[in-house]
Design a protein around this ligand. Structure first.
Ligand SMILES: NC(=O)c1ccc[n+]([C@@H]2O[C@H](COP(=O)([O-])OP(=O)(O)OC[C@H]3O[C@@H](n4cnc5c(N)ncnc54)[C@H](OP(=O)(O)O)[C@@H]3O)[C@@H](O)[C@H]2O)c1
Length: 336
């Protein structure tokens, strides 16, 4: 698979694997199938593996610990998010980026993952009451001790990226970037490029909407119902955009999902600095994503896609208001 470079020297496959869906993000998942998906991904050259300590409240890290064979440990680049707080009932309780909490979070993650080190460790969100310098400084101590190899950020704006990078080189910023979410193009992506920081784009498939196979169902409403783009009134507009993409995808003998993945990869083709993180819990999703990495969109394709889904055409914000309020990326260097 084509390689991308994050930060100074972290070389990974252009498509990465997002593991949240293996721990109930979109409904029930079967561990055996998830493990097969994980191993297929590594075998196909997907090396960037994304998780968080809160995915399935630890289930996701434990699963990765089972799936990751010792022989594969060195070529996997395991990215872990920390600091998102939840109540026992799953309610959102904010962010903890305090320096004294970090060794504690990390110790539990290493134990669950069954590994001695995390390749990229990142705060899931900016803690609004802890200066980013303090959070990154504490992760940098973990780097010095050999428990962490690189430091990442998630959903932060340009100013936070600069402040963090001044404390310790940042490997990548993880942020939503897709045909439906393009605010990153204004300030965040140029800032990352100026500083030599990679971008790991998530939500490339708009949580499944940009696959062309997703359809509303009563069961799914529990999992995607809180996402504004899946709300009644917005779904119709967004699915109509997907249908416009289907025509272009068909002309390239590809699926809509592959077109959406290839579009994100095309945004990083020149600089080789963007990884398209695909959320997958089925081997079939991995097979499609791997083929998408080989789909080279022409200038004509890109123009047709731009006309089909112009920036800002999507209906609905990317998160509900309470979760949107946690995003530094939406406050500084994000939305304009
Ligand atoms: N830093 C952050 O704040 C943040 C936030 C959210 C997510 N993330 C990371 O990014 C990853 C992906 O993001 P995301 O969950 O927002 O979603 P996404 O990648 O936009 O969409 C995932 C959904 O698409 C489906 N899918 C994948 N390939 C498909 C295909 N070829 N055909 C049909 N359906 C397909 C998956 O189904 P199956 O599971 O059935 O394969 C899953 O339901 C997460 O797993 C997580 O690691 C990070």
């Amino acid at each position: 698979m084509e390689q991308r470079t994050l930060g100074a020297d972290v070389c990974v496959g252009a498509v990465g694997l997002g593991c949240a869906g293996m721990s109930g993000a979109y409904g029930r998942s079967a561990d055996e199938q998830s493990i097969a998906t994980f191993r297929n991904a590594l075998d196909a050259g997907i090396t960037f593996i994304d998780t968080a300590d809160h995915y399935g409240m630890g289930h996701n890290e434990t699963l990765i610990g089972q799936a990751l064979r010792p022989a594969d440990r060195d070529r996997a680049v395991v990215s872990v998010k920390f600091g998102a707080l939840f109540g026992v009932d799953g309610s959102v309780r904010g962010i903890n980026g305090r320096p004294d909490a970090i060794p504690n979070f990390l110790g539990y993650s290493l134990q669950r993952l069954g590994t001695d080190y995390v390749d990229i460790y990142r705060p899931a969100r900016l803690d609004p009451v802890v200066p980013i310098e303090e959070t990154v400084g504490a992760v940098a101590e973990m780097v010095q001790k050999g428990y962490v190899r690189g430091i990442g950020l998630s959903e932060v704006g340009a100013e936070t990226i600069r402040r963090a990078h001044a404390v310790h080189p940042i490997t990548d910023v993880q942020i939503e970037y897709s045909l439906f979410s393009r605010d990153v193009e204004d300030e965040i992506l140029p800032t990352c490029r100026e500083l030599g920081i990679g971008v790991t784009a998530y939500g490339v498939l708009a949580q499944g909407m940009l696959t062309g196979t997703w359809r509303p169902s009563a069961g799914d409403a529990r999992h995607r119902g809180h996402l504004p783009r899946f709300a009644a009134g917005n779904i119709e507009t967004n699915l109509a955009l997907v249908e416009r993409l289907r025509e272009i995808a068909t002309s390239r003998s590809a699926t809509v999902a592959q077109l959406a993945i290839a579009w994100v990869l095309a945004q990083g083709r020149v600089h080789r600095d963007i990884v398209a993180l695909v959320g997958a819990s089925r081997p079939r999703s991995i097979a499609e994503a791997v083929d998408a990495a080989g789909l080279r969109l022409t200038e004509d394709d890109l123009d047709a896609i731009e006309q089909a889904v112009p920036r800002g055409a999507v209906a609905g914000e990317r998160y509900a208001p309470a979760l949107l309020a946690l995003l530094d990326s939406e406050r500084t260097g994000g939305r304009r």
